[in-house]
Design a protein around this ligand. Sequence first.
Ligand code: 3PG
Ligand code: MG
Length: 375
Amino acid sequence: MNLPQLEDLGDVDGRRVLLRADFNVPLEDGEIVDDMRIRAALPTIRWLVDHGARVTACSHLGRPKGEPVPDLSIEPVRRRLAELAPGVELMENLRFDPGETDNDADFVKRLVEGRDAYVNDAFGASHRAHASIVGPPQHLPSAAGRLLAREVEVLLGLRESPRRPFVALLGGAKVSDKLGVIEALLEVVDTLLVGGGMAFTFFVAQGHDVGDSLVEEDQVDSCRDLLDRSDAIRLPSDITALGPGGEIGEPSAGGEVRQLGVDLPSGWRGLDVGPGTAAEFSDVILDAGSVLWNGPMGVFEDARFVAGTRALAQAVADTRAFTVVGGGDSAAALAEFGLAGEVDHLSTGGGASLELLEQGDLPGLEALREGTQHG
Ligand code: 3PG
Ligand code: MG
């Protein structure tokens, strides 16, 4: 994809650059739990600073609804950024103003006022047609930052010319979140491995009893249709399930944990793929040419249901295939297992990476390509 690059901005010495980053980091009690998204923007920041630009960064943080929320103040991010990139200014949380999500023209004007150029390095937010993402390229010479450019290159590369066999490993709770990307991936993958809560809606489509497992009834027909159309989809062959009375995250509440087949008795909830599935899926991943992983295999926050996700994360780390992992929960799982450094590309975007794989484009990328002013 032909995106304007930093070099296309021409000489930035002494110019005031507005940098949209995705500093939407996880916070706990006002402390940053994982600063990966801040560190990921450093190559772009360094390039700009080294070339003499005066950088003002901006980002959203969480989902305040157009008004200030003290807990979502950008202050913790500002402190961390000051350590990593001294001298770079950071605006307050963009979503404290309703103009950001509304893509309001006056808000865009305030953002670009007094600036000479705009850089979008907010890959994780580029699927949002929000003011700071799509507005500035209509007013300022604009470019993609290094992180954004790399994310697009890797994800579109996977979509357009993957090393084969191309294996996608998808998990997560809800199939409704992933139907679009499943459809798009079925056009290109050799094998689509399905785990996590979403597998149960597929099992229902096949006529299995899933006990009290999570099922999206309104997606059963879509799942049946996908299974009819494609033989690339592989589902788990065994399940780790929690018996009646058990509670997720509360081992002391009791409830038996058992490895079962794919038919579960009533009262039982499937919460992880079983050891057989973990081994089968791992073999497929170890033999792949490229692997895309998005979504955990089970409720890995509960140690009783972490084994499937851990085994598959290890396979993704061990395979010689080119490995790409989506942001969000799968990134968190990799980090928890100490495997974040073992993959080729760990995306900073959850929703954005899925939408780019699905659509082949994002509002933020379109805005950069169509920007009225270059260089
Ligand atoms: C993310 O964390 O997925 C991005 O920062 C986008 O945030 P949003 O889903 O609140 O738009
Ligand atoms: Mg999100």
